[in-house]
Design a binder for this molecule. Structure first.
Ligand SMILES: [Zn+2]
Length: 319
């Protein structure tokens, strides 16, 4: 019997827990669904990630409003993926910040990504008709932007550390509190989606820089908050290992003239013991291996995923 496509059969709601990591630093953790966060300034709030629809985002904002009624000045988008950006209109943010490349990717492939992600993860698109259209950042940058939070709250520093999960990932770093919002560059006990990734750069220089921040708490794109340096290091190491295993397995199969299907089977058996029980492992792996296959074949930029290409790759590998 064939497996249900991606996460299309995953229809049961996840428990969402609001964690307060420091004074005015919030994370909504969702049992392997996309995490979001917020940081309070003296007279404003910065929200990190927007969820898949305005209706889903408003539920998160209602939770946040139990703790602060300050207006949302900044909405930070860690990268272009639909399940993290299409709820943006709910925030009424003065400024929507993302990386330069994120804006370009939305223009190039935002529509296809929306359709692809909706097909893969329909449960996350709560009331999809509430999405007004693509989300456009109103401020973009290439390396770093510092937001002064005011009072004695310190700064929130938005940084690009190189290509990784996408071409334009940014993290949110609170140096005073030593808390890192890592977006999908780091997952904590959740499988990685690498279908739009740069495996080699991500697994080396980009993660080296993220690790070099020395965070004491890390909110990954999915999975639990990593509390303490040991847990942060473990989340980063787990992310790096997942990428290295895919590169090794796909590279080995290519070196002996094997097929994409063999590469998928090799990566699956090498990863399943350690990662197979974590959220979205079976969902992600066909897309991950397909991109790694291209990358190692010299395809510089990820091929655009469409709803049709998703099904083709899935049917070729995951049946
Ligand atoms: Zn993503």
């Amino acid at each position: 019997m064939s497996k249900p496509f991606a996460s299309s059969a995953d229809l049961s709601d996840k428990q969402q827990n609001l964690e307060i990591l420091a004074d005015g630093v919030y994370a909504l953790i969702a049992e392997g669904d996309p995490n979001v966060g917020a940081v309070e300034g003296e007279d404003f709030v910065v929200c990190f990630e927007a969820l898949a629809t305005p209706v889903a985002a408003r539920e998160w904002l209602a939770r946040l409003r139990e703790h602060t009624d300050k207006p949302v000045r900044y909405l930070v988008l860690s990268h272009y993926h639909a399940v993290r950006v299409l709820g943006a209109s709910a925030f009424d943010a003065d400024v929507i910040i993302a990386h330069d490349r994120t804006r370009e990717l939305i223009a190039e492939r935002g529509k296809q990504d929306w359709e692809s992600e909706y097909g893969r993860m329909p449960r996350l698109f709560r009331e999809p008709g509430s999405i007004p259209g693509l989300t456009w950042p109103t401020q973009t940058f290439s390396d770093t932007v510092t937001i002064a939070l005011g009072g004695d709250r310190g700064d929130l520093i938005l940084q690009h550390h190189g290509r990784g999960h996408t071409e334009g990932d940014i993290v949110g770093w609170l140096p005073r509190q030593r808390i890192l919002f890592a977006g999908d560059l780091v997952e904590a006990q959740a499988a990685l989606y690498t279908g739009d990734a740069f495996h080699r750069e991500w697994s080396t220089v980009t993660l080296d820089r993220v690790a070099g921040l020395g965070a004491e708490a890390l909110i990954g794109g999915r999975g639990a908050v990593a509390h303490g340096r040991a847990a942060v290091d473990a989340a980063i190491a787990q992310t790096r290992n997942f990428l290295q295993v895919i590169l090794r397995e796909v590279g080995d199969v290519q070196a002996r003239g094997g097929t994409l299907k063999e590469a998928f089977q090799g990566a699956h058996s090498a990863l399943v013991d350690r990662y197979g029980g974590w959220p979205i492992f079976e969902h992600c792996l066909p897309f991950d291996v397909a991109r790694a296959w291209d990358e190692l074949n010299g395809v510089e930029r990820p091929v655009i995923w469409t709803a049709e290409r998703d099904r083709e790759v899935w049917n070729a590998l995951q049946d």
